[in-house]
Design a protein around this ligand. Structure first.
Ligand SMILES: C[S@@+](CC[C@H](N)C(=O)[O-])C[C@H]1O[C@@H](n2cnc3c(N)ncnc32)[C@H](O)[C@@H]1O
Length: 276
């Protein structure tokens, strides 16, 4: 959630927090303006941790270079979902893959285009929403996402079906999201974030709004069971579910991710799936 990003909140005129339903159109609109407004701050804060051509899965520091959750990617057409500045896609290209990276936010893609120029690794960039993919059926050999899009769309089941549609049979789809258990705690990296304040079963999204009540930021929650059912319904077999532990000596905070909380309960869930 976005509480530490004061500058985007100022730009968007955010005045408060609401708990109310938000449909697909309003979620897309809110996330487009939010990530456009936050793109510069996001990269100023996290750019050095993410790198320009590195594949970091999560704030716990799991790298694809070590984890190899996608398997051998050389020669494969790989789709990166919600790519931000696309460092993962650039790392994939350096491994011999043929990535395509997309994001809903032009502001994030502006950073991606700049990093393409700076690194000399020019991955194809597309502006699109993860629940409305502009790609042909069966056109990719793998898909991946490091916290891109899935937590922000109104119906992640639509994303699962869309990704499944564009994958060829047998292809992996691996995505990292905020671990659903985090929903029950306040977004506080300190001791305040250790006390349960809301129900795990309450799927009402977290919404920030402007004076007129329009959403300026939206994040949606689903339980573990929701994800498992959505995958099954989309024709995706769950191969593994990783809950990375907080590494010894890793002191870097990322928003609500902190050593204090990371040592007690998971902050990230990485779903490894395969199209049936
Ligand atoms: C937390 S950032 C992660 C970006 C990148 N994967 C990284 O690790 O830095 C979330 C990204 O999801 C994108 N996003 C949000 N909603 C989206 C949607 N409906 N479709 C595609 N991208 C979306 C945002 O614009 C943002 O770039």
């Amino acid at each position: 959630m976005s509480t530490q990003h004061a500058s985007a909140e100022l730009t968007l005129g955010t005045t408060g927090i609401a708990k109310r339903p938000v449909d697909a159109d309003e979620s897309r609109a809110a996330n487009r303006i939010w990530w456009d407004a936050d793109a510069d701050d996001y990269h100023a804060e996290h750019g050095d941790f993410l790198g320009a051509a590195d594949f970091m899965w999560c704030p716990e520091g799991v790298r694809e270079e070590d984890a190899r959750l996608l398997g051998d990617v050389a020669g494969k057409r790989v789709l990166e979902v919600g790519c931000g500045s696309a460092p993962c896609a650039r790392w994939l290209a350096a491994q011999g893959a043929h990535p395509v990276a997309f994001d809903i936010s032009a502001g994030m893609l502006r950073h991606a285009a700049a990093a393409n120029r700076e690194t000399g690794i020019a991955v194809p960039l597309v502006q699109a929403s993860a629940d409305q993919l502009p790609f042909a059926d069966g056109s990719f050999d793998a898909a991946c996402s490091a916290f891109g899009a899935v937590p922000f769309v109104a119906d992640s089941g639509t994303v699962m079906r869309e990704v499944s549609r564009v994958l060829r049979p047998g292809a992996p789809w691996v995505f990292a999201v905020t671990h659903p258990i985090r929903w029950i705690f306040p977004d506080d990296p300190g001791p305040g974030g250790l006390t349960v304040t809301q129900s795990y079963f309450d799927r009402t999204p977290y919404v920030e709004v402007d004076e007129a009540g329009r959403a300026t930021y939206v994040e949606h929650h689903r339980t573990m069971g929701d994800y498992v059912r959505q995958l099954a319904e989309a024709g995706l077999d769950l191969v593994d579910l990783l809950e990375p532990e907080w590494p010894e000596g890793h002191e870097r905070e990322w928003g609500q991710w902190s050593p204090l909380r990371g040592r007690l309960f998971p902050g990230t869930a990485i779903f490894r799936t395969r199209k049936r």
